[in-house]
Design a protein around this ligand. Sequence first.
Ligand code: G3P
Length: 215
Amino acid sequence: MKIFIDTANLEMIKEINSWGILDGVTTNPSLIAKEGTDVRTRVKEIAKIVDGPISAEAMSPKWEDMVEEGRELSKIHKNINVKLPMCIDSLKATKVLSSEGIDVNMTLIFSPQQALMAAKAGAKYVSPFIGRLDDIGMYGTDLLDQICGVFDNYSYDTEVIAASIRSPVHVLDAALAGCDIATIPYDILLKMVAHPKTDEGIAKFISDYEKTKKK
Ligand code: G3P
């Protein structure tokens, strides 16, 4: 499973990239706003750090304008893909952009039917938001299983990005469902490394090593 970081914070991206585990980056308007910058400036900066797909969200409501905005965003760097929110206009824009070789990440996916339509329109990625389903008392993980199952049944090339991840267990759910990618916030990536038994083991090895040193 590929690991993307879900942030627009450059320091976090640099840090995780230095671990050798980072395959790409997703941003959204809320994450960009948090950094006090704009999408064009920030994705250009991110592309200098990470050699992998970077999502930049187009915000035009009408499909003709989405297409124009998507073309402009894709010109920023070869690794940029255009994030569009699931709706009829986005399907129309996806059809055009994908026919021009511009990758689309269809976001705000909350049902397998939405994912199926996005794949048929030519989306390179679909982003099911599992945490936000958990928020309303549903099982976000079920959605991952369903989308991966449907895509496997019909051999769609569209890649599934598990998004709105809120815990290391969500990452495990994504991997067990067979998602191609999980896009993970920085704090969850830190938690994925940690284990109390590892810390305990390291402390014991250090104390035993100290005993072996010549006095
Ligand atoms: O990748 C989508 C993600 O940014 C949304 O996460 O936590 O706002 O539901 P969240």
